[in-house]
Design a protein around this ligand. Sequence first.
Ligand code: ZN
Length: 414
Amino acid sequence: MTEAFRILFLAALATTLGLKLWLGWRHLRHIARHRHSVPADFAGSITLQQHQHAADYSMAKTRLSLLSAVIDTGLILTLTMGGTLQWLSASIAQWHLGSVASGLLLVVAVTLISSAVSLPLSLYSTFRIEARYGFNKMSLRMFVLDMVKGSLIGAVIGLPLLALVLWLMAQAGPLWWLWVWLVWSAFQLLMVALYPTLIAPLFNRFSPLEDLELKQRIEALLARTGFTSQGVFVMDGSRRSSHGNAYFTGFGSAKRIVFFDTLLKQLAPEEIEAVLAHELGHFKRKHIVKRISFAFALSLGFLFILGQLLDANWFYAALGVSTPSTAMALVLFFMAVPAFTFPLTPLSSLMSRRHEYEADGFAASQADAQHLIDALVKLYRDNASTLTPDPLHSAFYDSHPPASLRIAHLKGAR
Ligand SMILES: [Zn+2]
């Protein structure tokens, strides 16, 4: 069993890496081939220079993601069959701490190692790629401060949760996975409720929308669609990046609408209204509830599988570990799972793209579809998103349909 699972895991890891490299290579080739001319649909609104800027930016990001895939695979192999996890676990065991404390230490050590490995890529992405294409607004000081703040918050929230999970795994009997699932689901819901008012303000400033004309427009749209919220806020996203965005957070009537200040600068009031109508569409078509339910079902499935593996010595041995423990099971499981689930990525992308079409349909019924089209073109242009993704790469990864298809769909809905 040990040998069979080791071979299966290596095959999954190789397939996933091969697939990522192949899709990335196709994407690079496709963008390069279409770099010399703006697609006909966008000829009037995007210049050749802007198109080439987007092509170069997309290719730089794709190349970095390929490098990152290779490094991740190397890290997984080093930690598992390379013996690093076994070495960590043996070192921690020498201190004779309790099982929960040793488990916490193991997870913290693995988190630190993987953060240290991904840090250079993150620095390169922010201070080379984003900076070169004019998007980065962060100083190194701010980057470090964000990292420190993020780690502290992660530790304050994550460590007690992890301690509870490890305790349940050891003490709650054969159905521990069901208890962990309940705790995990409750935690997720709590985070959705607390994030907008407790955590997000630690990183950004949120102020009520002041533009009166825009405010009236938005309130009319909210009234028309019967949407209740706790208000419309502007976030100072421009402190970090010139990429624009808009989103909703919170639950029920405690929902907040948040616009990045960058988005408000990029778009005209009627276009902002159309973008908001699209976001409202996600709510009205119950996409948020569907997504959360899907995530809950998925985590129940994964925890059930982990429940079956916890006492299986072959699972640990195949991945290079001879001293099973609950924390080790968690670490190995979450390290191994992505290699098996990556080929299923297109299914979740498909669901997401279907939701985008539905939200666009709703927006077209509540606002002027042409304004949403104008907003999309501006956002594609200002965010330097490529208009010519490789179709297969797009089908695999993209949460949003390609620009040309989305606009054609909106034109049909008018
Ligand atoms: Zn959307």
